[in-house]
Design a protein around this ligand. Sequence first.
Ligand code: 6PG
Length: 477
Amino acid sequence: GVADIGVTGLAVMGSNLARNFARHGYKVAVHNRSFAKTERLVAEHGDDGTFVPSESVEDFVASLSRPRVAVIMVKAGAGTDAVIDQLAAVMEPGDIIVDAGNAHFPDTIRRENALRAKGLHFVGSGVSGGEEGALLGPSIMPGGTKESYDRLGPMLEDISAKVDGVPCCTHVGPDGAGHFVKMVHNGIEYADMQLIAEAYDLLRQGLGASAAEIGEIFAEWNRGDLESFLIEITAEVLAHTDADTGNAFVDVVMDRAEQKGTGRWTVQNGLDLGVPITGIAEATFARALSGSVPQREAARGVLPANAGTWEVTDRAGFIEDVRQALYASKVVAYSQGFDQIAAASAENGWDIDRGAMARIWRGGCIIRARFLNRITEAYEENPDLQLLLAAPYFTEAVGNGVAAWRRIVAQAALNGVPTPAFASSLAYYDGVRADRLPAALVQAQRDFFGAHTYQRVDRPGTFHTLWSGDRSEEQQD
Ligand code: 6PG
């Protein structure tokens, strides 16, 4: 075969990825279940570079130079298994199959295992940046063996986004590590989007400002610490007018946020690992609440608000408070996400470099942001950082905004504006920094009704109090 790399699955993401490789001078084998799509890609974008089209999987594999690299870009699920089986049947030991879809990482671990037994490398790779990113430079999070990265990595780094000349792609770790990190990326994406939405809602209700006016505030914020893709597109969305009605576009969109499931996976995994990723969880549940149509109908106009009319007097002060609360809550969401990565890395022996993850998220992906530089620096300074929030830079940045954060969460509560992500992030901040938590009482309750035992602050051992007896204490071990 002559092709350097192949792409199978030529919907928008797949064809854009193939075009990106071609534009970087690679000969790209292309294949799709229906040949018409393959033909269309070559007809419409043949001048991007060299494509080698194939009608069958056999010809596709035969068109690849050894060791072969085939990238699968199909909708995650059973379809992925079918394509993997077809490829594996004709590939040879040492060849590499890359799944660039949003697969669930346990599936990736399972697939990697099965293919390893056949001598094939299986690379589950996160790819972020949507359609445009796939074409112009995504952030790429490949898992799999080091050996596979030696062959594949340079090509992926070539087509990835660059920030200060540094590629937004690195080897994440073995088997499911790449897809795991992409999953957490999406969880953080959910949190970031929800926080921005809450900030918008506060500005709208607090100031009685129009969508367009708030769009200007976001555009202004995008020139500071909050500079990010999501803030930038928020400003654009808010400035947009619906052509049909002449109303603000955001006002004609149905207020039910959907999801394809990566946020849900992140939350489920957070529960499995026992890592409090409350920002991501609240964001995911906020989408669920928005879609709880019968419940919302049952509650609308029925549940009393018992809240005052909101009158913000210091307009500029309020806007700045919301900005600070957004920044602080955002740091919490990232800090929690990086804790989740650390926990999964330890559990699975992945050895993930968290600073490197922040580095490859600086460009190309949906959560790309200026502030990721600060995260990379924090982990470079201390790779074993226990808590991102407690890195000196963030302690100071968040510390400066705590008072504003409290004012915003308190005013939101007083005025009946839901801010689940802002409020839970502040609760996390106060919880994680507390000298003592009421968890002591929970342990005592557990011991009372279930003899679940407790530990004492003053001496080692496990204890139980005879609650239904004379309330004397027994040492268990
Ligand atoms: C990305 C996005 C991408 C996609 C999500 C949207 O990194 O490019 O995260 O993966 O837009 O699947 O997720 P929901 O449909 O769940 O909101």
